[in-house]
Design a protein around this ligand. Structure first.
Ligand SMILES: CC(C)(COP(=O)(O)OP(=O)(O)OC[C@H]1O[C@@H](n2cnc3c(N)ncnc32)[C@H](O)[C@@H]1OP(=O)(O)O)[C@@H](O)C(=O)NCCC(=O)NCCS
Length: 175
């Protein structure tokens, strides 16, 4: 694993947008990527607005994003945000986790390193972490189970991609 795990920086904007938009090429090429997308790729303007909001929430401390850096470029990120509508919510003790590694850097231990770092940082902030995963995403589910997540629900036909439906699993980790 040749990546460094670090905080989110404003300069990660282009890398993180590129990693996300690359998923639409993957979806076109294989159709079977294990992450939920929009029907149409979002515009660059809306991606910049997404990144600006993520960066603001990290500065405020209402979201935690950690970045995997290889040679000065972000190649993946993991974010935990409070469930519900912010710190005043009765769900704010529950964090929602999302992770994405660029296709070219998967399978080298970066996802495990990112999640291990994030889980440690979430202790004391959240009591529970939850995530949703495509039921067919066996690799991701194996990683989450190795890190202590347990499957707690199954939603048939939760995602519709064109005329194809995918089931989703809900997973939870008690910190
Ligand atoms: C899922 C994802 C985050 C895992 O990150 P990664 O850097 O590829 O995973 P790692 O190299 O750290 O692998 C850790 C473990 O995950 C499992 N794993 C990950 N990808 C796998 C795959 N394609 N096939 C089988 N096992 C896999 C293995 O158990 C591996 O353990 P091992 O090292 O003992 O073999 C990454 O592949 C990814 O971003 N995928 C596309 C988007 C996605 O599916 N996101 C998850 C949405 S819930």
């Amino acid at each position: 694993m040749d990546a460094t795990i670090r905080e989110l920086r404003w300069g990660d904007l282009d890398d993180l947008i590129d990693i996300y938009l690359h998923l639409y090429e993957e979806r076109g090429a294989t159709g079977s990527i294990g992450i939920t997308l929009y029907h149409e790729p979002p515009t660059r303007a809306s991606e910049i607005a997404w990144f600006a909001d993520l960066f603001r929430r990290n500065l405020e401390g209402t979201a935690l994003t950690r970045v995997a850096d290889v040679d000065g470029h972000a190649v993946g990120s993991c974010t935990v945000s409070p469930s519900g509508s912010g710190p005043n919510s009765e769900q704010s003790h529950v964090g929602v986790l999302g992770i994405l590694i660029h296709q070219a850097h998967r399978g080298h231990g970066i996802g495990r390193a990112l999640m291990t770092d994030v889980l440690e940082r979430c202790r004391g902030t959240y009591e529970l972490l939850r995530l949703s995963v495509f039921s067919e995403n066996a690799g991701a589910i194996r990683l989450y189970e190795q890190l202590g997540f347990q499957r707690c629900g199954h939603i048939p036909r939760a995602i519709r991609r064109g005329s194809t439906y995918f089931d989703a699993d809900e997973m939870v980790l008690t910190l």
